[in-house]
Design a protein around this ligand. Structure first.
Ligand SMILES: C[S@@+](CC[C@H](N)C(=O)[O-])C[C@H]1O[C@@H](n2cnc3c(N)ncnc32)[C@H](O)[C@@H]1O
Ligand code: SF4
Length: 405
């Protein structure tokens, strides 16, 4: 969702999908992503499609769920016209932005709308992202009662100076109270951490990891800070106000995460994700990585149905206007050719613990990766390509070597 939209083909105003997206649909699961494009302030490192109150250009948080309702109804017509059989949703994910800036009843209404449109598989994972300073016990209780099962909380760091460099507004103490409230409401909790913030030491990263582990959640994500083009963070680094990221330091931090998390009972299942049990993995993210179908609702959201990708206009005002005129909010679509699909399946599949089959991969490339300690030798003998810790640190290089040998 970050950065400009892809080029692609222009989407017809009624949002009709190309022929063939229905083929094999019965063998794929269906999920929904619901984008909530609002934040109180923009963090200096973030280039997600999100808007503060002064950037809304006439669009409004108060009427946002009405806009979503129109797209949800439209998605039903588009899928029906394309001959895609109705499948209940295997997962629903509210992401942002800051979904929890909206009142709980708005998120609940959006959930009811997708439930009415598609149905939801009993026991499906229903997650919302949340910033620690936006939720209360009443808020999470209301979500849990309406069927939400999981909260993904943006902790990022436990260290005030690191949070300040990231422009995070929350008080570190609010993370523990938010996790407690969510657990009391019966929700699973995942914590997002960021490492490699300019000026962050390995000891500070250790403190963040230890604090996150002490909160006793079943899932932790740890992302290396990406310095996105055009962000305030990038400008500060360019002006020399903050140091450049250091790859060696980040590698040490990743290894520390693997070490502390595994000792605390977490297992990695994707390069940046660890869970205590299989049931606590993010089903929704696995759906993306496994190439299933999903509809992404909201401005800038991307969808993927039967191998065709399409994406919505980015600004909430343009999104609302198109829907009010009875048009699809989709800006473009593309159906990647088989070579790009294969590249993508290597890119995504190699990052997960199950890995990918080595059949069809260049044997010289696989042998080279084993020799360099980047993939697991014994698993390769059984035709699976699975990254070692060193390989997880250099996952991009592994993909390059597999695809451009
Ligand atoms: C886009 S945020 C949305 C959720 C919520 N607003 C928050 O900030 O926690 C989702 C996650 O993306 C990650 N993220 C955003 N920008 C990033 C960047 N430039 N580098 C690494 N991680 C990033 C953060 O860890 C964040 O928790
Ligand atoms: S709160 Fe989350 S979505 Fe909003 S600007 Fe910060 S990182 Fe981005």
């Amino acid at each position: 969702m970050a950065g400009p939209l892809p080029e692609g083909n222009e989407m017809p105003v009624d949002g009709s999908l190309p022929a063939g997206v229905n083929l094999g649909a019965e063998n794929r699961t269906m999920s929904a992503y619901i984008h909530i494009p609002f934040c109180r302030v923009r963090c200096g490192y973030c280039d997600f499609n999100t808007y503060t109150a002064t950037e809304l250009r006439g669009s409004s948080q108060a009427t946002y769920i009405d806009d979503l309702a129109r797209e949800i109804e439209l998605s039903g017509h588009v899928l029906e016209r394309a001959g895609v059989p109705k499948r209940p949703l295997s997962s629903v994910f509210f992401g942002g932005g800051t979904p929890t800036l909206l009142p709980a009843h708005d998120l609940i209404r959006a959930l009811e709308l997708v439930q009415r449109q598609h149905g939801i598989v009993p026991g499906a994972e229903i997650t919302t992202e949340a910033n620690p300073d936006t939720i209360t016990p009443e808020y999470v209780n209301a979500l849990a009662q309406a069927g939400f099962t999981r909260i993904s909380l943006g902790m990022q760091s436990a260290v005030p100076s690191v949070l300040a460099t990231l422009d995070r507004t929350h008080n570190p103490a609010s993370v523990a109270t938010s996790v407690q409230a969510a657990h009391d409401a019966g929700l699973e909790v995942s914590i997002d951490l960021i490492y490699g913030t300019p000026g962050e030491s390995v000891e500070q990263w250790r403190e963040s990891l230890e604090t996150a582990i002490s909160l006793n959640t079943g899932h932790i994500s740890a992302y290396a800070l990406i310095v996105e083009e055009g962000t305030a963070l990038e400008r500060r680094i360019r002006r020399g106000e903050l140091p450049e990221p250091d790859d060696d330091l980040e590698a040490d931090m990743y290894e520390l995460a693997e070490d502390l998390l595994s000792k605390a009972g977490f297992n990695w299942y994707e390069v940046s994700n660890w869970s205590k049990s299989e049931a606590q993995r993010s089903e929704h993210n696995l759906t993306y990585w496994q190439g299933n179908d999903w509809w992404g609702y909201g401005p800038g959201a991307h969808s993927h149905i039967g191998g065709t990708r399409f994406w919505n206009v980015k600004h909430p005002a343009a999104y609302a206007q198109r829907l009010a005129e009875g048009h699809s909010p989709a800006a473009g679509w593309e159906t990647p050719d088989s070579q790009s699909r294969e590249l993508e399946s290597i890119l995504l599949g190699s990052r997960i613990r199950e890995g990918i089959s080595t059949e069809g991969l260049a044997p010289e490339a696989v042998a080279g990766l084993i020799a360099d300690g980047l993939i697991d030798g014994p698993q390769a003998i059984h035709s699976r390509l699975v990254l070692t810790v060193k390989g997880r640190l250099r996952a991009d290089e592994v993909v390059r070597r597999l695809t451009f040998f």
